[in-house]
Every structure is written in C-alpha cells, then in structure tokens.
Write a protein that binds this ligand. Structure first.
Ligand code: SF4
Length: 291
C-alpha cells in the first residue's frame, strides 16, 4: 500500500473518488480524513437515486452474513443484471471492477442498454432546479462515465483478469456461511453458480460475451422533485482523453504531489464546502468572515 492510500485508510479507489478529485482534490482528501458532510441537496439526490434503483434494479433476496457472502451476492446480482441486459436490452446498477496504475478500482454503472448490437453507458443525475449543470459539475460526471467505459472494456477484453479480481478482493480461500448457502439453495440457483468461484467465472464469462461497448455515452440530468428531463449530454470516449485524465489523477494517488486546492478562478466552489474556513483556509479571507 502506498503512502497516500495509507494516509486515507484505503485499499482501493472508487470511481467517485476520482470524479471528486476533479471538483476539488483537497476536499476529497479531507472527507477521508475528517468524514464527509453532504449538503441537503446531495442527501435528497442520493435518496432519489436509491428510490430509482429500487424501482428498476434487479432485487436479489439474499442476506449476506459475512464478507464472502457479500462478495457472492455482489457477483450474483451483477450476473443477473448482465443476463437481463442481454435478454431485455436494459439493466441498472452494475458493479464494475478494474485497476488504474496498479491500484484496485471499483464503481457502479448507473444504466446499460443495448442498441444496434452495442452496449451504451448512461449516467443519471438529479438537480434541484431546471438548470443544466455547471461546466465543473459536468466534468466530474464526464470523468465517471469515461472510467466506466474503460473498466467495462478492460473486463471484456480480460485486461482486468479473474486472478486480479481474486487478489484485489482476497477471495482465494473464502467460503460462504452455512446460513447463506441455505438461502442460495432456497432460491434454486443453478449448482454451477452456487459457490464464489462458480459465480466469479460465470460473471467474467458473461461480460466477455457482451457485444461491443459503444464509444458513445450519455449523461442525463433530471429534476429531482419532478423527474422532468433537464438536459441529456452525448459524449464520445477516446483513449487520449482517458490517458490525460488518469495521468493527472494518478500523480496524486501515487504520492507524486500533495492534494491540490481549487484554483483562484474556481474559488466559488469553496462556498459549498464544509471545510471552508476551518480545515481549509486557502481562499479564506477577512471578507469571508464579514459575509
Ligand atoms: S475550501 Fe475550497 S479549496 Fe478548500 S477543500 Fe473546500 S473546495 Fe477545496
């Protein structure tokens, strides 16, 4: 584990961490050190996202009792989700795994659908007002979908292998609890996917069987109260953009530089930050105290 990962108490990075870096790297780091504090709008957005997830997502009636059970349930739910995508051309909330610069990376793709025999990634975002996102907001979401596309591609092409997954999630010698095995047998899950290794192989195989992952991706913004569509952005994936984004990102994660604060022309972000004026005073002046 490198110095930054140790400092933040992390063994892996999430796609959300990287997208948060593109808002303010310092804020992302402080949230790990001192705990995160969501704004009211963020809490409402999260709740709506969960409701949407429950409405469309595949519900799997399994209650994990241990880490091994939890890994199984995650893989099984993903397997069912991808099977659904192949069958009905649409699925939601697919967990995704990979690595950047040798560090384990995980994320959750909001929505996948199939069109003209290609898989299309779509990210749903909510807003409190019927206004399109700021460019800075859009960038963080763009980073997210670019990573999803690359991770899905790496899984499909086996750049991220089943053995890498076994190492990253320490599952080599894990076994399911007896109680969880009973739940699996009550669901009549086929015998070849009843153990961790069986479901892992089948999950990797079904990802490999997917048609081409489209370079075209979408981010959809809707009003979190009315669900009205605000704006849909169409993006095009390129390896060049991915490499540029990750090269910036990895300098921090590899400990080659300290966490950066926002530049002067983005000071406005500090007004939305709970660390402003306490844990971070980089743009805090006497004028801020008066207001
Ligand atoms: S106060 Fe501003 S610069 Fe400091 S962590 Fe928050 S957003 Fe970043």
């Amino acid at each position: 584990m490198n110095g930054v990962m140790r400092k933040l108490g992390k063994k892996s990075i999430s796609v959300t961490d990287i997208s948060a870096q593109y808002w303010c790297e310092k804020k992302m780091e402080l949230e790990y050190i001192y705990g995160s504090s969501q704004t009211k709008a963020e809490k409402v957005g999260k709740k709506i996202h969960e409701l949407l997830e429950n409405k469309i997502n595949i519900q799997v009636d399994l209650e994990p009792k241990s880490y091994a059970d939890f890994v199984y349930k995650t893989l099984y739910t993903n397997y069912i989700g991808i099977s659904e995508l192949l069958k009905s051309k649409k699925t939601r909330e697919v967990n995704i795994f990979g690595r950047i610069g040798g560090i384990s990376l995980r994320g959750k793709i909001d929505q996948l659908h199939m069109k003209d025999n290609a898989i299309i990634i779509l990210e749903n975002k909510t807003k409190t007002k019927d206004e399109p996102p700021y460019a800075a907001q859009l960038l963080t979401h763009r980073v997210q979908v670019i990573l999803y596309k690359k991770m899905l591609e790496d899984l499909k092409s086996e750049k991220y292998t089943i053995d890498m997954f076994r190492d990253d999630y320490w599952i080599k010698n894990l076994s399911l609890t007896r109680e969880f095995e009973q739940q699996i047998s009550m669901l009549n899950i086929p015998s070849n996917i009843r153990g961790i290794d069986g479901i892992l192989k089948n999950f990797f195989n079904i990802i490999k069987s997917l048609p081409e992952i489209s370079n075209t991706m979408y981010i959809r913004y809707s009003n979190q109260f009315t669900e009205k569509l605000i704006k849909m952005y169409k993006l095009n994936y390129t390896d060049k953009e991915y490499d540029e984004l990750m090269s910036y990102s990895l300098k921090y994660w590899n400990g080659l530089r300290e966490a950066l604060t926002v530049p002067e022309n983005e000071q406005w972000k500090c007004k939305f930050c709970s660390f402003f004026g306490n844990k971070c005073k980089v743009w805090y002046t006497s004028d801020n105290i008066k207001t």
